[in-house]
Design a protein around this ligand. Sequence first.
Ligand code: ATP
Ligand code: MG
Length: 292
Amino acid sequence: MNNPASASGVHVNVEELSHRYTPKLPLTFEEVSFQAVPGEALTIIGRSGCGKSTLLQVIAGLMPGSIGRVSINDEHVIEPSSRWVMMFQAPHLFPWMNVRQNVGVGLRFANWPKDRIRDRVDEALELVHLEEFAGKNTQDLSGGQQQRVALARSLVMEPEMLLLDEPFSALDAFTRASLQRDVRQIAKQLGINLILVTHDIDEAILMADRALVMAGAPGRIVHDYKVDLPDPRERSDPKVQEMRAKLMKVFRDAAGAPHDGEDEGDETSEEDETMMNDSTKLEFSGREYSPA
Ligand SMILES: Nc1ncnc2c1ncn2[C@@H]1O[C@H](COP(=O)(O)OP(=O)(O)OP(=O)(O)O)[C@@H](O)[C@H]1O
Ligand SMILES: [Mg+2]
């Protein structure tokens, strides 16, 4: 797994996808179309309720779209797969298993021999910087460390794509910052795709190559915004701040939120504040954080 040649990303093709939970309910999202190339990191941002989580679940094959089609490498997605793995806000670890056992659980179900499981789990723990915690109980880990275990558990399956639904929103600002950086770096190292749903514009700028802005009811993709920044991305970099201000303006325009002035949107309106959580504002005070 340390060898990037062993992993690769996928072509994602979402075509005219619409979804309705039941025939009596209105559409959740409508006519969503986009593509992603192998290794691309995409983010979907939008206000609460516009259908981001629903869209991600349809892309992951966890539920069918009502109309339209999702293909991964030309394969029609109709069910979940270990090749595209979803990560949620809660790590959902098994409390009666230690870290190593949690990370290897998928391989055990796949009947891998013990020594191969051990090697693969060691590689995954190294990727997420948890080598020293292999024998620990998961209850003895911090929230951020538990989320790293969940990440390692996804990575042992050598997925081609990780789908993340606000996976860091329950974490403190310091821990979140280090996970944001590490998840992007790991995905780039392995060459796998990311699709990340977030409310957090800073997270979008720090982690994504492209941001899809969703708005409306039913939700639609109203902007496809290229986040053209070199790595590593630091919050304090003026280019990062400039890009963030531009994306915030695009977001405000899409949401129909009032502008305070004609500037690039450096000021944060009340509506934007409801979108961004407190720690996001904290993080974007121009200070640099070191990993937790
Ligand atoms: N199981 C369900 N049955 C019926 N309606 C649902 C179901 N799950 C979600 N919805 C509705 O679908 C819409 C979109 O929900 P979704 O969770 O996808 O939004 P979201 O953009 O992820 O919101 P948030 O940012 O708050 O997580 C909402 O109006 C929600 O009430
Ligand atoms: Mg959601």
